[in-house]
Design a protein around this ligand. Structure first.
Ligand code: HEM
Ligand SMILES: CC(C)=CCC/C(C)=C/CC/C(C)=C/COP(=O)(O)OP(=O)(O)O
Length: 316
């Protein structure tokens, strides 16, 4: 990591710059999955404490984003997609980004401990550590498997939500983890296919850079196939049901079709149409995860209203 703090030309940072440090768009889906984890857990939480727990998990997620922006300031300054972020744009010094990240980490973990329990708080601390240190500081610059292993960080939040409600984790929480864990590679590599020039320029060893787009297309296909049983299987746990099952079936077929389309696509065609199919699959990956977690919420509402199917087969 390069210290960009000395070179940053300072205009005063405003509130918007500090908010941008927290990667609010990405983190909104992260927080949604954590909220679903908390709501579908079998222990009901007082709505105010539940709201606070989700808020503190959100703060923790934002903190990890700020730490990532501090550490990656040198990479972000090179890549077109990230050049206008507050640190490379000189709106916030790298040092201040680090301070925001550290203080918010401490605050979010302590507050979650007080609002929920210390198991969930320790889990949140571990998730922040995993994203900031294991992924950002270690794996991202050292291996093309960076996002496969590092993806665990993004898969932990629903487990943190579940832990905030129950004080522990269970098979359903692991099911949500596996869904996001297996989803992350196709989500990210679809983006890497059309952002490869940025990563090449910045020297980040993403799969597209080290092994090329052809291999990456194959990997997207393989991970989407592997993802499918986890996606559909979650429907047959105690948090699943017919609505989730139907959604998982339709979305799986759509994701598999998209991945197969990328797999069979010639590089020249993709380049000629500015990677439109790759952009579509990336966008679809966000829709896919959002709808699946929304379907889990619908199942929870139906259970609470006692309008779920009584004899839905729960295998696990
Ligand atoms: C290590 C795992 C992951 C990697 C490497 C990754 C990578 C990325 C990248 C590079 C972008 C573009 C961001 C930008 O332009 O600022 C992105 C966008 C996004 N990611 Fe991921 N992601 C990961 C996990 C996740 C997870 C777990 C979620 C949510 C559960 C998520 C949700 C999103 C969303 C919502 C966007 C769109 C943001 C926007 O609209 O600008 N990502 N991801
Ligand atoms: C509760 C909690 C702590 C949640 C954290 C969740 C988490 C790890 C989300 C990962 C999301 C993300 C933006 C990864 C990309 O990093 P990148 O550095 O490769 O992307 P960039 O190039 O856009 O910075």
């Amino acid at each position: 990591m390069t210290d960009t703090s000395a070179s940053a030309t300072h205009t005063a940072s405003d509130f918007g710059d500090v908010v941008s440090l927290l990667k609010p768009r990405v983190m909104s889906l992260v927080v949604f999955t954590a909220a679903v984890g908390l709501i579908v857990a079998p222990v009901s939480v007082h709505p105010f404490l539940g709201f606070c727990a989700i808020l503190f998990i959100g703060l923790g997620a934002g903190a990890s984003g700020a730490l990532n922006m501090w550490w990656d300031a040198d990479i972000d300054a090179i890549m077109k997609r990230t050049q206008s972020r507050p640190v490379p744009a000189g709106k916030v010094t790298a040092h201040n980004a680090m301070l925001v990240g550290l203080w918010m980490s401490v605050l979010s973990v302590a507050m979650l401990g007080l609002a929920a329990n210390w198991f969930a708080a320790a889990f949140l601390a571990f998730t922040i550590f995993f994203y900031a240190v294991i992924y950002s500081m270690w794996l991202k610059r050292s291996t093309p498997q960076n996002i496969v292993i590092g993806g665990a960080a993004g898969a932990f939040p629903p487990m943190v939500g579940w832990a905030a409600a129950t004080g522990g984790v269970s098979i359903e929480a692991w099911g949500m983890f596996m869904l996001i864990f297996m989803w992350t590679p196709p989500h990210f590599w679809a983006l890497a296919l059309f952002m490869n020039d940025d990563y090449t320029k910045a020297g980040v060893p993403m799969l597209t850079v080290t092994h090329g787009r052809r291999t990456t297309r194959k990997h997207i296909m393989v991970y989407t196939v592997l993802l499918t049983p986890f996606c559909i299987g979650l429907g047959f746990t105690s948090i699943g049901g017919p609505v989730y099952f139907l959604a998982s079936l339709i979305l799986s077929v759509m994701f598999l079709r998209g991945a197969y389309g990328l797999y069979t696509r010639a590089e020249e065609t993709a380049e000629a149409d500015k990677y439109i199919a790759e952009r579509r699959v990336f966008k679809f990956s966000l829709f896919y995860l959002f709808i699946l977690f929304a379907a889990l919420l619908v199942e929870e509402v139906m259970r609470n209203l006692s309008i779920g199917l009584e004899n839905w087969p729960v295998v696990i």
